[in-house]
Design a protein around this ligand. Structure first.
Ligand code: ADP
Length: 356
């Protein structure tokens, strides 16, 4: 592995806000050093607070790991050119872009695959249908699914200069909702490799450096699970509270418990607006009145009672919910009964939030 070889790999790393120019062309690759199986790359940014810093660090790292021999350790450092070295390192993001958001609500789940993103996207669309101003930040760094579920995967959000060394990202608007996702900045099929602190910073940028404007609700589709990244996210973003999404099975109880405990932990201490029971029953498309409780009945209600939180909504398993997710037209846009389940959930959440 030589410097020149590594530099040639980095031609693949394109800066999404600079046309199709890559980081080598843009003169951002300040230094490359190879020491045994350890590669260190230093990227230079022309200004502090480039909204894509964390994305480019992640993409650089992923590109080297993809091309380098197995076992290579990669470190990507960043420097800011033309900046006085006295400035303290790290992200210093202000709260000005979310100052006009009334309710910031996390959509969480104890584990993946329960339909958290499906609920988040449809809830956002349903709140917009009720007349609220809504934004959704897809903070699921490990599997951002909002671009696909909303049919916006080909969008590249624009950046706007707002000060000498400051830029904000403009959200993508569709179905009356403002959407933002780390997925907009990744090449299709390119898995980004995030490590703890880097993932946290990327998430913070995707929320705090976005021109949300005036909103009634900003939903945050959180990564599944309950780890350090969640604690950091809730601590750094002034989230008012959370919705926990679950499926009705008994085995889901301990995942819900972990989620509840996380938000009730004394260092986090956020309100839990309620539980959403997804896949509560199965309804065949052609027999909309029929309900088959294939995962058992009342699972969600029992969990909500056990933890003393409201059951805010029950969403059936309906083939069209999955199909509409895959086709980029959320089910909540339609007039079918499954859309009404999301509208009911939106109404209950809005009531709970406005009661505060
Ligand atoms: P998570 O965000 O919890 O990982 P997703 O929202 O990505 O889960 O959903 C996982 C899969 O299940 C997706 O294919 C989605 O379309 C499907 N799905 C989720 N909820 C429902 C539902 N109520 N009815 C039918 N399919 C659903």
């Amino acid at each position: 592995m030589t410097d020149t070889e590594i530099k040639s790999w980095l031609l693949e790393v394109v800066h999404p806000a600079k046309g199709s120019q890559n980081i080598v062309q843009l003169g951002m690759v300040e230094a490359i050093s190879v020491d045994g199986n350890r590669v260190t790359v230093t990227l230079a940014f022309p200004k502090r607070r480039d909204p894509l810093t964390e994305y480019l660090v992640g993409a650089t790292r992923a590109t080297i790991i993809r091309n380098a021999p197995k076992g290579t350790e990669v470190e990507v450092k960043t420097i800011v050119k033309d900046e006085t070295p006295k400035k303290k390192p790290g992200l210093d993001l202000g709260m000005e872009e979310i100052n006009n958001v009334r309710h910031i609500i996390g959509i969480a789940s104890g584990k993946g695959g329960v339909g958290k993103s499906t609920v988040a996207v449809n809830l956002a669309v349903a709140l917009a249908r009720l007349g609220y101003k809504v934004g959704l930040a897809d903070a699921d760094v490990y599997g951002p699914s909002v671009p696909l579920m909303t049919g916006t995967e080909n969008e590249v959000p624009a950046a706007e200069q707002t000060g000498e060394d400051k830029e904000v990202i403009l959200p993508v608007e569709k179905y009356g909702v403002k959407w933002m996702s780390i997925g907009y900045f990744a090449e299709p099929g390119q898995a980004l490799i995030w490590r703890g602190p880097m993932a946290c910073n990327a998430l913070k940028q995707m929320i705090l450096q976005v021109r949300w404007g005036v909103l009634d609700f900003l939903l945050i589709d959180m990564p599944p699970g309950t780890g350090d990244i969640h604690i950091s996210l809730v601590n750094d973003i002034p989230m008012e509270g959370a919705l926990i999404v679950t499926t009705p099975q008994d085995v889901a109880l301990s995942d819900v418990e972990k989620g509840v405990n996380m938000f009730r932990n004394e260092n986090i201490n956020r309100k839990i607006f309620g539980l959403v029971e997804n896949m509560a029953w199965f309804t065949p498309e052609e027999l909309p009145e029929n309900k088959y409780y294939i995962f058992g009945k009342d699972g969600g209600r029992k969990m909500a009672e056990k933890f003393g939180i409201p059951l805010l909504g029950q969403i059936p398993i309906v083939q069209s919910i999955r199909e509409s997710g895959d086709s980029g037209e959320p089910a909540a846009l339609s007039t079918r009964p499954d859309a009404l389940a999301f509208i009911d959930l939106a109404r209950s959440l809005a009531q709970a939030a406005e009661r505060e």
